[in-house]
Every structure is written in structure tokens, then in C-alpha cells.
Design a protein around this ligand. Structure first.
Ligand code: ADP
Ligand code: MG
Length: 694
């Protein structure tokens, strides 16, 4: 075995380790919990905890933590040592089943969207045994869900797990109708992560990057991405070293990092893992993002994960590849036998219906202050949701809708399936990069998520809305005399009713937005446009029906979403005003002063001289500084106005309409000034410098 194979997963308490270290009865009980979601009893938990601790200590761990994902989306951890002091003054290392299963962090400092006010301040973390524990920086990390005292979810993982249950339950029923008996169905995710790497030395000089993750000022560089040379280009040696270290550390943690390459924008890169079961894939994505940030400093680099670090340069997304599978089969694989094709068409139609009926929820799941800069900006999908099926599958769907099978009912469909589907090859789908939701051979690729987002929200929605469609299917065909005909009729009706959501053309074209409007598709350009739909009765009812979020939990998420948005824009606005007042205006004035002195010096040296260029420059600098000051005042006023608004939605709207507008005004003048102030006098590293380094 090579070194990598030997090291892969060494820091993970995975199935292999469990089999090796757990007594067989304990292993069996734990496996049942993992595979079938059976509750774990405390005796078993004690044995598991002990084995886990022995293993962790042998691998250098001194502490453990319940690793969870509060509503801020990032991961949280509080480290407790295994140390248990003894009466004789020594200490032993101890870890109980209770400490493994449940923790009690103080919930009061995490966002709760008002749930705490109505219920209780205490929060509980509960072990998610379906996601393996791992060791990070000498700490045994136990992936957990985070709930309030009364069981309301205060995190991203709990609803995700509930949605996985929901879709599994409905899919199992559908499969039973097809004569397939399986205990569960799982959803899978492959998250392609985009990011930027810039030099630490540049980063340190930019307060905007430090405080907000993006540049709030910056004139366009002389060279952008127009040469199309970065995508898949040779990787810089420093970046390569970073990528190698990242891969190795991820592999030790059992994260199946697979593909790495340069992306379209200068300094932009991507990492894609092999897909895995949704909750583990999301844990892995969060770990990947964390390691990217921490390991970059070993190489004098900083990893930017903001959706839009540089204006005018492509931003970063995170494609969410999604599928649904039994232990043996991918249910979105078109397959080659007719019976399977009908089943495939049912799952396909279910997704089509789900995406059409819940466009708003999908849009909301990816809405963030950062992603607002990306969606609809011709580098990322538009803010309108549609599905791309590609030519071949599109033809199949068109034929079904057109009723080409009329003569023979389901039988004709089978013929159609035989004719068309076997030629349908995995990579045959046209590489349409402009679609927000594309079928790519045997999975859907949801391309709207931003690079920073926790994918739990998007997958919670996807799983829940597909559960809804599958339930609809089961109800429609149950008890039918001719199951195949009933199933086929449902497929045709569903595809017919929801064909407006299918669009195989160019999602960047302006005509598409007009066409989408004619089709009645939602266009929600910003977070503040999208968020109110969280409270639509149909959406509240959906979450309640599948036990994914109760009304209070849903409302809490709405509050947190808007509040987080307002806070982020507030920080951006304040950072901008601060930098402008304390750094940029003084620099412009100092430079103007230098020019003024040059003018005087020249005149003193030779009164006949006409320093026209200097005079023009001085006037532009002076006018610019004045205009900057007006723009700063306008921004301060907009901030003060927004800060004073009580209502969460009105406040977020004001940040969107007033503050962002004022920020744009200040930026335009400042970027203009950057273009005329000398390189030495400009107080910030420019795009030219940051984006093109060796
Ligand atoms: P591209 O860049 O062309 O979109 P990549 O090969 O970089 O494609 O990424 C595809 C991603 O999709 C990978 O993470 C891969 O593991 C994932 N993937 C493949 N099959 C499935 C599936 N059945 N379910 C979920 N994700 C999948
Ligand atoms: Mg992709």
C-alpha cells in the first residue's frame, strides 16, 4: 500500500476502525444506529466512547468537542479535555457515553432568531453517529446536531437530517410500488468548492478584506480574465504546495478530495471531492473550507471564500451535485432497461415538479449578502430558477408531453425509452454552464450556491421538496389497476404541468429573463426579495408536513437570515466609511498637497512655466476629495437610517436599497481617484498587484 492509501482516514473513527476496536456486539448495535437510524442505548454508547477515547489519545488527542453548525452556518467547537483528576493527585483520561451522546454548550451566544426568547437559553448538542468522529489539532471532534431545550433545531444539520429521513421514507414507498424492497434511500452530494488565494502581505494591508472578506474599493486591473489563460492553466508553485498539503490533510480526515484546478479568474481555484452521503459531504465541505483557511498561512497565502472578493472579476460558487440512491443504485441513472427507465422518469418528473413548485425556497437557500453579487451577473446562473435537461433528455420529455405514445400508452413509452435512453451517456449532457439547475448524466447540479454558504440549507430544501413530489406520486398511483400506466400518466401530467421550469437555452441572455417572466417564473434578484417567501403558507406547510421545520423554527431562520444580512452590510458600510475617512481621503489630500507644492516649486523656479498638467491633476484631486467627503456623509446617513429601523425586514431592505447604494457611490469616486493618484501614494494594494503575483 502506498503512503497515501496508508494515511487515508487515519484521523477518522471510521467503519474500519470501529470494526477493529469495538466488541462485535457493540459494533453491530452501532451499525444499526448508523444504517437504520435506530436509537443507541447508553451501555453501547459507553463502550463506544471508551474505544473512541483510547483511539483518540493514541493518536495524540487531549481534548474532545461536540462539533456543530449553528445558524451562522460556520462550525463551532468548545474543547474539553479528557482529564479526570483522581484523589491521589494524579489524573486519568476519561470519556463517558453520556459525554459522547450529548453536550450542553451555552446556547445564548449563537443566533436563534428568537427561539430562545420563546423557550429557553440552554442548548443541547446530540451526536450524529452517521457522520464519523475525527481528530483535528489534537481534538476529537464529534459531529453533532444542536437543539434548544425543547428540541427546536438551532442549527443547520438537524433539518438536513430530518429532510434526509423524509425523502428516504417517500422514496422507499415509491420503490416498493416498483417491487423493490429497500430499508432506506440516501441522498448524495458532491460539493465543488471555488476559492481565491492571494498573498498574505497584500491581504494584511487591506482592512476591507480582513473585516469583510471582499474588496470594497479597487479600480479594475489593467488585465483581467479576458485572455482565458487561468482556467485549467499550470498551477503556481506556491499554490501547488498549498494544494498538496491541503489534499494530504484532507485525506487523513477521510475527505475524498479528488480534483483540483485553476478556475477562470486570476488567483481562483477549485477543489472537488468524490461525492458522499449528504450530511457527511456537508461536514466534509465545512472541514475543507476550514483547512483551506488555516493551511494557506503555511504558504504565505490567504484563502478568500467570499462570493465576490473582487469587483469585475468572476466570483466563487459551490456547485452542489445532488442525487438519490439506494445502497446499490443511483435512482437518477437513466439506465438501459425499460422498467428502470419508467422508474427513472418518475424520479426525474418528481424533481421537475419540486423545483417548479418551490423555486422560491431554492432561491432562498442560497441567498446571502455575498451571493447577491454573483447571481445574475453573467458569471453565475441568473437569480431565476430553471432546469436544464440537455438535448437528449429534453427530446424524451418533449415526446412524453406531446403524447407521442398515445396509441400504446406505457408500452410506447417503453419503446421510446429503448430507442433513446440507451444512447444517453453519462457525459453526453451538453456542458451548459449558465443553468442554475442542470441534469448532468446521473445527477443534478445546483449551481447557485455561493462559495461561503453551508450547503445544509440547499440540501434540506432539495430533499424536502423531492419528498413532497414522491409522496404526490405515491398518492396518485396507489391502488391503480395498471401501475405502469398510472405511473406513466403521472409522469406525463407532471412534466406537462411543470414544463415551464425546463429551459435548455442560454441562462445569461436578457431574452431569457423576459421569457421567464412570460412563463411566470419567479425572479428574486436579492436576498431581501427572496426572504419573505420563507413565510409563505405553502412553504410553512411543506416543512411541517415532512417534520423538517416547525413554524417557529422556520420563522427563526427567516429572522436570522435577514438579521445576518443587515449585520454584514452594516460591517461593510462601516468599514468603507472608516477606510475612506482614515486612509484614502488623507492619502488623496497628501498627494494633492505634493502636487500643489510641485506647482509652487515649478513657479518659483521659473515664473514663466505653465504647469497645466499639475494644475489639472490638482483640480481633479481636490474635486475628488470633496466628492468623496459628500459620499462618505451620504453613506454615514444611510447607515444611521438603517441602524435605527426596528423591523427585521424593513431594516434589511434599507441596507439593500440605501446603504448598498451609498457604498456604490463612494466606491465609484474612490476608484476614480485610484486611477490618478501615484502608485506610491495610494494606500492600498491594487487589483493589479493582488491578482497578479508570482
Ligand atoms: P464539473 O466541474 O464538470 O461540474 P466535477 O467532476 O468537477 O464536474 O464535479 C462533479 C462532482 O459531482 C464531483 O464532486 C462528483 O463526486 C459529484 N458527483 C458525481 N456523481 C454524483 C452523484 N451521484 N451524486 C452526487 N454527486 C455526484
Ligand atoms: Mg460543476
Amino acid at each position: 500500500m502506498g503512503r497515501i492509501a496508508e494515511e487515508y482516514g487515519t484521523l477518522v473513527f471510521n467503519d474500519h476502525t470501529m470494526q477493529e476496536l469495538l466488541p462485535s456486539a457493540t459494533y453491530k448495535a452501532l451499525s444499526r444506529t448508523i444504517k437504520e437510524g435506530k436509537p443507541l442505548d447508553e451501555d453501547v454508547a459507553n463502550v463506544v466512547a471508551h474505544a473512541m477515547k483510547e483511539w483518540a489519545v493514541a493518536n495524540g488527542a487531549t481534548h474532545y468537542t461536540h462539533w456543530f453548525q449553528p445558524l451562522s452556518g460556520i462550525t463551532s467547537e468548545k474543547h474539553d479535555s479528557f482529564i479526570d483528576p483522581q484523589p491521589d493527585g494524579r489524573a486519568i483520561m476519561k470519556f463517558s457515553g453520556k459525554a459522547l451522546i450529548q453536550g450542553e454548550p451555552d446556547a445564548s451566544s449563537f443566533p436563534s432568531g428568537g427561539i430562545r426568547a420563546t423557550f429557553e437559553a440552554r442548548g443541547y448538542t446530540a451526536w450524529d453517529p452517521t457522520s464519523y468522529a475525527f481528530i483535528k489539532d489534537e481534538v476529537l471532534c464529534i459531529p453533532t446536531a444542536f437543539c434548544s431545550y425543547t428540541g427546536e433545531a438551532l442549527d443547520k444539520k438537524t433539518p438536513l437530517l430530518r429532510s434526509m429521513e423524509a425523502v428516504s421514507k417517500e422514496a422507499v414507498k415509491v420503490l416498493a410500488l416498483f417491487g423493490i424492497d429497500v430499508p432506506r434511500v440516501t441522498t448524495t452530494v458532491g460539493a465543488e468548492q471555488e476559492y481565491f488565494l492571494i498573498r498574505e502581505a497584500d491581504y494584511e494591508q487591506r482592512q476591507d478584506l480582513i473585516l469583510t472578506g471582499r474588496t470594497l474599493f479597487g479600480a479594475p486591473p489593467c488585465k483581467g480574465q479576458e485572455m482565458e489563460e487561468h482556467y485549467f492553466g499550470a498551477i503556481r508553485p506556491t499554490v501547488n504546495e498549498f494544494m498538496k498539503e491541503l489534499d494530504e490533510e484532507l485525506w487523513k480526515l477521510g475527505v475524498p478530495a479528488k480534483t483540483k484546478h485553476n478556475e477562470v479568474a486570476p488567483c481562483q481555484h477549485e477543489l472537488a471531492p468524490m461525492f458522499s452521503i449528504s450530511n457527511a459531504a456537508i461536514d466534509h465541505n465545512l472541514l475543507t473550507m476550514e483547512l483551506m483557511r488555516t493551511l494557506a498561512s503555511h504558504h504565505g497565502l490567504v484563502c478568500l471564500q467570499h462570493e465576490k472578493p473582487f469587483e469585475g472579476i468572476n466570483g466563487s460558487g459551490k456547485h452542489n451535485n445532488w442525487s438519490i440512491a439506494t445502497d446499490d443504485e443511483n435512482l437518477l441513472d437513466p439506465g438501459s432497461t425499460p422498467a428502470q427507465n419508467l422508474r427513472f422518469l418518475v424520479f426525474l418528473a418528481a424533481v421537475v415538479q419540486a423545483v417548479d413548485d418551490y423555486q422560491d425556497l431554492l432561491r432562498i437557500s442560497v441567498a446571502s449578502a455575498g451571493n447577491d453579487h454573483r447571481l445574475g451577473a453573467n458569471e453565475a446562473p441568473p437569480a431565476v430558477i430553471s432546469i436544464f435537461l440537455g438535448d437528449e433528455l429534453g427530446r424524451v420529455v418533449d415526446a412524453i408531453i406531446a403524447g407521442k405514445e398515445d396509441a400504446g400508452g406505457a408500452k410506447a413509452l417503453m419503446d421510446l425509452g429503448v430507442d433513446v435512453l440507451p444512447s444517453f451517456e453519462r457525459d453526453n449532457t451538453d456542458r451548459n454552464r449558465t443553468s442554475p439547475f442542470a441534469f448532468t448524466g446521473n445527477k443534478f447540479e445546483f449551481r447557485m450556491p455561493g462559495s461561503q454558504v453551508n450547503l445544509a440549507d440547499a440540501n434540506t430544501i432539495l430533499n424536502t421538496i423531492v419528498a413532497k413530489s414522491l409522496k404526490d406520486f405515491t398518492e396518485a398511483v396507489e391502488g391503480a389497476d395498471d401501475f405502469e400506466k398510472a405511473a406513466y400518466d403521472w409522469v406525463r401530467e407532471t412534466l406537462t404541468d411543470h414544463q415551464r421550469i425546463i429551459f435548455n437555452g442560454d441562462g445569461y441572455a436578457d431574452e431569457w429573463l423576459e421569457e421567464a417572466e412570460r412563463r411566470g417564473l419567479l425572479n428574486l434578484p436579492s436576498l431581501v426579495d427572496a426572504a419573505p417567501h420563507m413565510l409563505d403558507p405553502k412553504n410553512i406547510a411543506l416543512f411541517e408536513e415532512f417534520g423538517v421545520l416547525n413554524e417557529a423554527e422556520n420563522h427563526a431562520r427567516y429572522e436570522v437570515k435577514l438579521d445576518t444580512y443587515s449585520k454584514l452590510i452594516n460591517i461593510e458600510g462601516q468599514t468603507m466609511a472608516h477606510m475612506a475617512k482614515r486612509k484614502i481621503v488623507p492619502a488623496v489630500s497628501a498627494y494633492a498637497d505634493q502636487v500643489a507644492r510641485t506647482i509652487n516649486d515649478k513657479r518659483t523656479a521659473n515664473p514663466e512655466l505653465e504647469p497645466t498638467a499639475d494644475l489639472r491633476l490638482l483640480k481633479r484631486l481636490n474635486d475628488g476629495a470633496n466628492a468623496m467627503y459628500d459620499a462618505i456623509d451620504a453613506l454615514d446617513a444611510a447607515l444611521a437610517k438603517a441602524q435605527d429601523i426596528e423591523d427585521t425586514l424593513d431594516r434589511a431592505r434599507s441596507y439593500h436599497d440605501d446603504v448598498l447604494g451609498a457604498m456604490e457611490g463612494l466606491r465609484a469616486i474612490t476608484d476614480d481617484m485610484e486611477g490618478i493618484v501615484s502608485t506610491e501614494a495610494w494606500p492600498l494594494p491594487t487589483y493589479n498587484k493582488i491578482l497578479f503575483y508570482c
